[in-house]
Design a protein around this ligand. Structure first.
Ligand SMILES: C[S@@+](CC[C@H](N)C(=O)[O-])C[C@H]1O[C@@H](n2cnc3c(N)ncnc32)[C@H](O)[C@@H]1O
Length: 314
């Protein structure tokens, strides 16, 4: 694929509903999407402490994987994405939920949202797919649309974490295989160290409340300044206690590392399967990864038959 802009790249990925699901997080079916959506929604809840009256936006909402789990808990949920095809799938998935809106984005601006119109916002696995200038332009516009004291949660690949580094190394190896003169695609994975992310947040005029860095993700909660130092300190204190629930955690990280190792060896996810085999059937994180691996395996006939015991409902 040789796309010049983010919009055509992601619209192409989302040209079918299944393609859209796979593009957002590798989920091949609705059940897996609900499991991973619930996992990410729990992180966003811990970060943003939603109240029923909140007006919330999601930047890069994709198929509404996370919004589907959260939108019913707040007064208004606004999903925005560069790809109209993603929004079409999201609209269908959130059809029964009231108080929702959907808007296509132009590059790096939140035009559909008014100044100081939103209480909270979040953005998961989106800034990793754009040039750093666009990342900062979006952060600046987030500062515009949040009300003073409003909160924003987002993540980015964490180059300073050993698993983050190993994930980046896959990209380096792919780059090494490119023919001379060819560049990686416009939406390729980008990586940051936490200090860099922190500089972007402050540079965009937002206050840093929490930075969680114990996994291959840098996870940030930022606040639109309002001059209320006491309120800011209270939120920071709340977030210190919430950090373990915001983090992807050690188990997720170990599974993800296994996926990266298998990908580096260009083999099916055998290492992940071996780790999952040790977990109880009802362990929620293992259950989510089993569903994910099952869908991935079925989509890859070259991997051979889906391993016994890894049925869709397992
Ligand atoms: C990996 S998916 C994640 C989707 C969703 N946040 C989730 O976690 O399920 C990346 C999403 O970001 C959107 N996206 C990519 N580049 C973008 C950009 N420059 N501006 C806004 N959205 C973008 C894509 O269309 C896609 O829906």
């Amino acid at each position: 694929m040789d796309f010049q802009d983010y919009k055509s790249f992601w619209n192409d990925k989302a040209s079918t509903p299944t393609g859209a699901m796979v593009a957002v997080d590798g989920s091949h079916d609705e059940r897996t999407l609900r499991l991973t959506g619930a996992f990410s929604a729990a992180q966003a809840r811990a970060a943003l402490d939603f109240a029923p009256g909140d007006r919330v936006f999601e930047l890069g909402c994709g198929v509404g994987r996370i919004g589907r789990e959260l939108a019913g808990e707040v007064a208004h949920w606004h999903g925005l994405d560069i790809a109209e095809n993603m929004l079409e799938v999201a609209r269908g998935r959130l059809a029964g939920v009231g108080g929702c809106a959907f808007s296509p984005l132009r590059r790096s601006r939140l035009d559909a949202l008014g100044d100081a119109s939103m209480d909270k916002g979040y953005c998961v696995a989106v800034f990793i797919h754009m040039d750093k200038e666009d990342f900062v332009l979006y952060l600046r516009d987030v500062a515009r649309v949040l009300r003073p004291g409003g909160l924003f949660y987002f993540d980015h690949w964490n180059l300073a974490h050993p698993v983050g580094w190993r994930r980046f190394s896959l990209e380096v190896d792919q780059a090494a295989r490119l023919p001379p003169g060819q560049r990686k695609d416009v939406a390729r994975n980008q990586f940051c160290v936490p200090q860099e992310v922190e500089a972007y947040v402050r540079g965009a005029g937002l206050e840093l409340l929490a930075v969680v860095t114990d996994t291959p993700w840098v996870q940030v909660v930022a606040r639109k300044p309002d001059g209320d130092a006491a309120a800011s300190a209270r939120e920071a204190e709340r977030l210190r206690a919430a950090a373990p629930r915001i983090s992807y955690g050690a188990q997720w990280t170990a599974y993800f590392d296994a996926i990266v190792a298998d990908e580096a060896r260009a083999q099916p996810p055998h290492s992940l399967l071996a780790l999952l085999a040790r977990e109880p059937a009802d362990d929620p994180v293992a259950l989510m990864f089993r569903a994910w691996i099952h869908g991935a395996w079925r989509s890859r006939p070259d991997w051979g038959p889906v391993p016994a015991g890894l049925d869709a409902g397992a």
